[in-house]
Design a protein around this ligand. Structure first.
Ligand SMILES: C[S@@+](CC[C@H](N)C(=O)[O-])C[C@H]1O[C@@H](n2cnc3c(N)ncnc32)[C@H](O)[C@@H]1O
Length: 247
């Protein structure tokens, strides 16, 4: 009789505790279900490419990008402590592309979203002397002012374009459209993107697979996709602009 009296409160306690845990779990599920889903802007590229909500205007988007790029303290770090280290890593990537015959010393090359231009400097150091970068903030002589949604170049200007800032594009279709416009037929575009981890808080989109890129690069063929370790970006995607024969 005494044992039954002691066991009963224990059973009750266990019952209430599991009830409490179940309520917590239910609450968690409800919250998940009511969280606002990301905005899907470009329906042609399926849901593996999501534009981040919250940009009230194009000016607001540009201002957000500038907030980081113009930060004096960060610019000092990028041009001193980080300078040589990043050039070395970019040089390794570009040398590999040379070995694959996707880049040569005679390639006219563009780096998109090049900030202070380490990638441009790397290209020059490995012998690709006709190299320039564009960014919202110029860093002469390596980087000139230019918005990648409206590149300041004529059609069919470059043999090679590199970018590790696809995630900063508010209009991915324009970003890619401008690359295809300014590449020469047969020209090569190399993108470094993040697929398996989310990019930084200044990104304007999130990419979950290479499928949207394949759809966006309408006028190009996909050459290959490989895993890389490039400053937090994990995937190299390489396209070649098709040579269309005029009739
Ligand atoms: C993550 S940083 C990458 C910098 C550089 N590629 C590197 O690896 O050191 C992104 C850069 O994209 C630039 N950017 C963002 N939006 C841009 C736009 N619409 N047109 C041109 N550059 C842009 C930013 O100013 C910033 O310098």
């Amino acid at each position: 009789m005494e044992t039954t009296i002691q066991i009963k409160p224990l059973v009750f306690r266990c019952f209430f505790f599991s009830l409490f845990l179940s309520m917590l779990f239910l609450l968690f599920l409800c919250r998940q279900a009511t969280t606002k889903p990301p905005t899907y802007v470009d329906t042609n590229t399926n849901t593996d490419l999501r534009i981040r909500p919250g940009y009230t205007s194009y000016e607001a988007y540009i201002q957000r990008q500038l907030n980081k790029t113009l930060n004096d303290k960060l610019r000092r770090i990028w041009t001193t402590r980080d300078w040589e280290r990043k050039i070395q890593i970019f040089s390794i990537f570009f040398t590999e592309l040379k070995h694959k015959n996707l880049l040569s010393n005679s390639s006219k090359s563009l780096s998109i979203g090049a900030r202070v231009g380490q990638e441009v400097e790397a290209l020059k150091r490995i012998g690709v002397s006709d190299s320039i970068g564009i960014d919202l903030v110029p860093y002469p002589p390596l980087v000139i002012h230019g918005d990648f949604h409206h590149q300041p170049f004529h059609n069919e200007t470059f043999d090679f374009e590199f970018s590790n800032v696809f995630d900063h594009a508010l209009y991915p279709d324009k970003f890619v459209g401008e690359i295809e416009r300014t590449l020469k037929p047969g020209g090569v575009c190399v993108l470094h993107v993040a697929l398996s981890r989310r990019s930084d808080k200044y990104s304007a989109n999130d990419l979950y697979s290479v499928e949207p890129l394949k759809k966006l690069f309408r006028g190009s063929e996909l050459l290959y996709v490989r895993t890389v370790d490039g400053f937090g970006l994990d995937t190299e995607v390489v396209f070649r602009k098709r040579v269309t024969l005029r009739s």
